[in-house]
Design a binder for this molecule. Structure first.
Ligand SMILES: NC(=O)c1ccc[n+]([C@@H]2O[C@H](COP(=O)([O-])OP(=O)(O)OC[C@H]3O[C@@H](n4cnc5c(N)ncnc54)[C@H](OP(=O)(O)O)[C@@H]3O)[C@@H](O)[C@H]2O)c1
Length: 416
């Protein structure tokens, strides 16, 4: 018999969509510590539009964007949506996950009820004028991050997504492994292979910040798969070992250096000399790892303010620093002399288009890239998981929570 609400993991008939569901909800009055911001609530199911499908979520991946959503800064995502005309006063996050297509809306052609899928984290209007004129959908004025800029994300019993967000789940992976590779993997793929002519080529050294993190673990493996030479930066010996096991040529511990943050003022010669001494010492570490005096052709950036001066200085002549985030801050200094004299490129990059999501999914299906899942939590652990990420005390690689999937050997870590 049909019910209004089912428990997480409870059996229900394929195609049946209840009126209500469980979701992990952020509300403005709880903005602040991620550990306190998320709370499991019962909400009404959202409507299903043309070209959309309902996915019964099995697991969801944890990413940094919902640390920002929980903090309520730098963007108050709920206020921003209400300003744009939405009526909901809450946010359901989650920009990736795995599940079963449970029901399909009008006009859906590429997926069917019963398909096992992984979900990508950006939406756009396929009929938008810029996309029809040939723009990459990621540059469309209609593009939004699902589960961050848009609500009704993966941290829910059911998700309503656009058909093109569905990609075939790599069969060899568990639900939780499948839930956690696409966001970081496709983002790193676009950074490393999406910006011609600055794409990874055999023998190219690539410097990767946060090598043991979500983006970093994906980047090390992608660079390796394309014949490049990954050099990772981390903050502990354990993280260094992890990167080496993933295929890094060598690892640098950033704690051994002190020149982080914004550049000294141009006129401050003593501070500038001290900064240059330190950044050159860092650069020598790269030469030691490579066994020759070569600079990185590509620097994969996401740490931002603390590291951009170093990235821009060390990047090869005519090379590229490609950035998709600013974990340590958004006001990054660039000494323009190195930018123009050495003809370097500073390229912004944001998630990935459909083809790039498919490409990383094929690499994962083929076993050339592993999802690097190292922590799996319960649905109610979402606040803890995001708190660990905020505190940079989380496990290496990626994290996932189980939604409707059965609960195997779980590790759940308490956060004070
Ligand atoms: N635009 C997009 O589409 C997109 C997609 C994915 C992620 N992002 C952004 O990219 C950033 C990283 O995401 P992630 O999933 O990789 O997060 P993550 O798993 O937490 O990894 C980030 C890594 O950054 C390193 N880090 C922390 N503080 C640092 C500092 N002061 N200097 C240098 N490195 C530092 C840490 O490694 P160590 O402490 O070991 O150095 C950490 O492992 C986030 O800001 C996220 O929002 C953007």
């Amino acid at each position: 018999m049909s019910k209004r609400l089912y428990e997480l993991g409870e059996d229900l008939r394929l195609g049946e969509v209840p009126e209500q569901m469980y979701a992990s909800v952020i509300r403005p009055e709880r903005y602040g510590r991620p550990a306190d911001a998320f709370r499991t609530e019962v909400v009404d199911m959202p409507p299903v539009g043309r070209g959309q499908v309902v996915v019964r979520m099995m697991a969801a991946g944890v990413n940094y964007n919902n640390v920002w959503a929980a903090l309520g800064e730098p963007v108050d995502v709920i206020a921003a949506r209400r300003h744009a005309g939405d009526t909901e006063d809450f946010h359901i996050g989650g920009s990736e996950g795995s599940g079963v297509v449970w029901a399909v809306g009008e006009g859906v052609r590429q997926v069917r009820a019963g398909d096992h899928v992984v979900l990508s984290g950006c939406r756009w209007d396929e009929s938008a004028p810029d996309i029809r004129a040939g723009a990459d959908p990621m540059t469309s004025s209609t593009q939004r991050v699902w589960g961050y800029e848009e609500s009704w994300g993966a941290f829910a019993q059911f998700a309503v997504v656009d058909e093109y967000q569905c990609h075939p789940k790599p069969e060899r992976l568990t639900w939780e492994e499948a839930a956690c590779y696409l966001l970081a993997g496709a983002t790193a793929y676009r950074q490393l292979l999406g910006w011609q002519p600055h794409v990874v080529k055999p023998g190219d050294p690539v410097l990767i910040w946060g090598g043991a993190g979500g983006l970093g673990t994906m980047a090390i493996q992608i660079v390796k798969a394309y014949g490049g030479v990954p050099v990772a930066v981390v903050s502990s010996p354990e993280r260094a070992d992890y990167c080496m096991r993933l295929g890094a040529k060598g690892v640098i511990n950033r704690r051994e250096f002190s020149h982080w943050g914004r550049l000294p003022d141009i006129g401050d010669t003593a501070a500038t000399a001290a900064w240059l001494k330190e950044v050159r010492r860092f650069g020598k570490k790269i030469w030691e790892i490579l066994g020759e005096k070569r600079a990185p052709k590509i620097v994969l950036e996401h740490s931002g303010q603390d590291t951009i001066p170093t990235s821009m200085y060390l990047c090869d002549t005519a090379g590229m620093v490609v950035i998709c985030g600013g974990t340590t801050g958004f006001h990054a200094d660039v000494d323009l002399r190195y930018l123009w004299m050495r003809q370097k490129r500073l390229q912004g990059s944001h998630f990935a288009n459909f083809a790039q999501c498919r490409a990383i999914t094929e690499l994962v299906s083929a076993g050339l890239v592993e999802p690097c899942l190292s922590w799996t939590g319960n649905f109610d652990d979402l606040g803890k998981a995001h708190q660990m990420m905020y505190d940079n005390t989380h496990a290496m690689g990626s994290m996932a929570v189980l939604v409707n999937a059965p609960r195997p050997n779980m590790t759940s870590i308490d956060v004070a």
